[in-house]
Design a protein. Structure first.
Ligand code: 5GP
Length: 352
């Protein structure tokens, strides 16, 4: 595991509210428990539970959102999550989150995202480059600290309407200078219809935003086919594909974000030795290892690399290549890619 920590890594599939530390969730739950808003012991049991079906995971997210969704908490968790990824040598992070509107506390999707940005600017353990033009960093004068790139993806929740999805896309366009590079479609896969989100996703793509979709978490082959036909820039999971959709995906060469622990914990894949990573890796299909929800699934990106190495018999050379190749699939410009490749070249000298 130590070696996996020391390798520079690229994280492309991490949900903000799924990556919150358990200790922070407990602290927040205690405060709301004391106020009588929730019952602390109930929350404790839910948070500590290890294996959850996909359905139960979404119930947990509803609970997490009760704990985290106010401006100052959103700022706090963003800072912590970015610092946690930095601490395990993530050199490029694409963090995704669903902008939330909550009229009762005066929260709009924009003010939610402003709170996220404030959290990013509060990061103190590393220098963060978050602007596409490389102009905006939180660098202090003359600092020699580690540097990390952070970009944002705004998620559309499958519970949302076409109008709400469109609002998120417009917000993403508004926030491009602040490091928002794309749109994600996520949320409970048995809720909502592809046709509801398509107009907003089409518009986003036309406007030059990158698109990644949660695809194939349940065996809805018709939706999977429609999603591949849309040609997103990446997809997440790809667990329940039939033969025909595998063929389509492979010929379209759409990169897949692989979340091993998440797939096993939610029982989307019954056992790691039959995980589709094996086949995709063998045919050299573009793929990248990711955490999904490091808090909810008690994992880290280093652990995901370690798990892939031990489960699929990959040595250090293969693991390093897997980490390095992820640079090809990031939603940032060529300058960032070149800089990251240089980081990997430096690292390989030190690790050998
Ligand atoms: P947030 O967007 O609130 O920062 O992060 C949590 C949200 O991400 C969840 O409410 C859910 O919409 C989405 N999410 C997190 N993990 C998963 C997953 O494994 N599958 C899907 N489809 N959505 C997820």
């Amino acid at each position: 595991l130590e070696w996996c920590v020391s390798v520079p890594k690229v994280e492309l599939h991490a949900h903000l509210n799924g990556s919150v530390r358990n200790s922070t969730l407990f602290e927040l739950a205690r405060v709301l428990g004391d106020k009588g808003v929730i019952v602390f012991s109930d929350v404790e049991n839910v948070i500590l539970k290890d294996d959850r079906t996909l359905h139960e995971v979404f119930k947990l997210f509803d609970l997490i959102h009760i704990l985290t969704t106010d401006h100052s908490t959103v700022t706090r968790i963003t800072k912590e999550v970015i610092e946690d990824f930095a601490a395990e040598n993530v050199v490029y992070l694409e963090l995704r989150t669903t902008p939330k509107r909550n009229d009762s506390i005066g929260m709009s999707k924009r003010s939610y995202m402003d709170a996220v940005m404030e959290g990013l600017r509060a990061v103190s353990s590393v220098d963060v480059d978050y602007s596409p033009a490389g102009l905006k960093t939180n660098t202090f004068n003359g600092s020699m600290r580690k540097k990390m790139y952070v970009r944002f993806l705004l998620s559309i929740d499958r519970r949302e309407s076409t109008e709400a999805a469109m609002e998120t896309v417009k917000l993403a366009l508004e926030m491009r200078d602040l490091g928002v590079v794309g749109i994600d479609l996520s949320g409970n896969p048995i809720v909502g219809n592809w046709s509801t989100f398509l107009p907003a996703l089409k518009f986003a793509k036309e406007q030059g935003l990158y698109i990644t979709l949660h695809c194939g978490e349940v065996p809805n082959q018709e939706e999977i086919k429609a999603m591949i036909d849309f040609l997103p820039h990446r997809i997440g999971h790809a667990c329940c594909f039939d033969e025909e959709n595998w063929r389509k995906l492979k010929s379209a060469k759409i990169p897949v974000e692989i979340c091993l622990t998440s797939n096993i914990r939610t029982e989307t894949i019954s056992s790691i030795d039959i995980h589709h990573f094996v086949d995709l890796y063998k045919v050299k299909h573009p793929l990248v290892l990711c955490t999904d929800d490091s808090g909810v699934f008690s994992t880290s990106l280093s652990r995901e690399y370690n798990l892939a190495s031990s489960s699929f018999g990959l040595g250090k050379t293969e693991m390093f290549q897997l980490a390095e190749i992820a640079v090809n699939f990031i939603f940032a410009d060529d300058g960032v890619k070149a800089d990251l490749r240089a980081t990997f070249e430096e690292a390989v000298k030190k690790l050998n």
